[in-house]
Design a protein around this ligand. Structure first.
Ligand code: SF4
Length: 275
């Protein structure tokens, strides 16, 4: 539960940048996929720009998953200081992907279309990379020669496994590098274990957070009643029976203070049921 190392680092860097600059500090889109944390950062002076004309201020913080060069060009042209909060796990994954391409492999990346981590990788590698989100997309790819395979750091372990299994059997030479983030893999493995021990799975995290959504998918795929909530206000007492055993997990961008509020709400519901 709680922040992973990369999110914790990005949030701290943003706060420190806001503290050390008098003028506005900007990010391109939300710094992380948790609206409540982004709201608190805004209160500390870290503003979110969704349009190029709004990119004005003293400093710009690159989010944990990176940002496109076109955005950085605008920021630099406007004289803003660039502060890099890209997660080192993402930087390493990109470096490994680029090395495979340099070695002559055509690269297949298992990732979500439009995710910033994928957009920036595609920007660097262009036509030498194909991004596939599902096993069906991977099967539709025409593959020839040497194929390298890596993953978006926050992908589902099971999705990566299926796509790698398909590609390995279709081409003469495949080189696979596991670039899944260990912080994410551990949570997915914990979710796999937890679903066998509980009646209901409650997953806390931003509704736009890919890694939180994947934890909820694990619950649903295993036939468990599963609820994905961003805040305790979304929880309905009617979801739980008197004897329900509830498994609680959070995504990597969910702060401890929201988790505590969810646990307090569950305790309130338990007390009300017992009364
Ligand atoms: S989930 Fe992993 S890759 Fe993503 S920010 Fe956290 S530590 Fe970095």
């Amino acid at each position: 539960m709680g922040f992973c190392g990369g999110v914790k680092r990005a949030v701290e860097i943003s706060r420190q940048t806001a503290d050390s600059h008098a003028g506005p500090v900007m990010t391109w889109g939300p710094l992380i996929h948790n609206p409540q944390v982004v709201g608190r950062l805004q209160d500390s002076g870290v503003q979110v720009a969704e349009r190029a004309e709004n990119l004005q201020g003293e400093a710009f913080v690159v989010s944990a998953y990176g940002v496109e060069e076109a955005v950085l060009d605008i920021v630099r042209d406007r004289g803003m200081k660039v502060v890099d909060a890209t997660c080192p796990v993402v930087t390493r994954a990109h470096a490994l992907a680029e090395a495979l391409v340099d070695e002559g492999y055509f690269l297949v990346v298992v990732g979500d279309h439009g995710h910033p981590e994928m957009v920036t990788l595609k920007e660097k590698l262009g036509e030498r990379v194909a991004i596939v989100q599902t096993p069906a997309e991977a099967r539709a790819l025409k593959l020839r020669g040497k194929i390298g395979v890596v993953s978006q750091t926050t992908q589902s372990l099971e999705n990566f496994r299926q796509i790698v299994g398909d590609i390995v059997l279709r081409v003469k030479e495949t080189k696979v590098i596991n670039t899944l983030c260990p912080a994410i893999t551990v949570r997915q493995e914990e979710a796999d274990k937890l679903v066998g021990e509980v009646d209901i799975l409650l997953v806390i995290g931003g509704h736009q957070s890919a890694n939180t959504t994947r934890l909820a998918e694990i619950g649903r795929t295993n036939g468990l009643p599963t609820y994905h909530v961003e805040t305790p206000e979304e929880i309905q007492p009617s979801w739980f029976g008197a004897d329900s055993v509830i498994g609680v997990m959070s995504g990597a961008s969910t702060p401890g203070w929201i988790i505590e509020r969810v646990l307090l709400k569950l305790e309130d519901i338990r007390v009300a049921v017992d009364a």
